[in-house]
Design a protein around this ligand. Sequence first.
Ligand code: 6PG
Length: 245
Amino acid sequence: MSTPDHFDILPAPANVADEAAKLVRETADHAQRQRGSFTLILAGGSTPKALYERLASEPGPIDWSRVTILQGDERCVGPDHADSNYRMARAALLDRVPIDPARVHRIRGELGPTAAAGAYDGILRATGPADLALLGMGADGHTASLFPGHDFARDAGKLAVPAAAPAGFAIADRVSLTLEALNRSTLILVLITGADKAAALARVRRERLSTAGNDALPMSRVRRGVRFLLDVAAAGTAAGTVASN
Ligand code: 6PG
């Protein structure tokens, strides 16, 4: 039996950000005591911004000079573009903590999906697995930039790939870490808030209890043993903690 997922359901998005900050600090402190360093994959989108701000406002006990930063995905725009995930992370966190710039590995989306993915694949091979991967989920069940309809078979042996967001998303061309790259992280922490995510999350929770079929949502395909931090609106249930086998 694989490791069960763990669902923490908290009253509101601020509680999710508080709990996530606590878990990041604990994970970083443990990794730095054990190995002297901590590698973190940042999620994009809007949900993690409050988490990043909390980490910046109370930087300890993390030794930011020994933190390596990776991105889970990026839109194919420059780092100053309004839709850049890196831009959000830089403003909310990276410019506010004493991090070693040489240890911040930005996906260079401005190169275009194929070139940027190829370059980042090499960086991921050089840095090795992360201690912690942060992920979000869209209302369609995507995670990172792995959207429904993504050709997962083509990702075999790859750590970063070109990806595409469907119509309706601000930036179509993307770069995403693959399931293989995400799944090799020691811990995976998924932050999901808002009633608009409730339907996809309910389907993901069902799909994660069975063998993921060909139509399984991308979030359902991430390895088991994931820690989900949800608010009541997304979970559709009262606050509490559930471990699901
Ligand atoms: C992106 C993100 C993406 C995000 C979800 C949820 O580039 O859009 O990496 O995977 O986590 O779309 O986004 P929100 O947190 O904004 O709802």
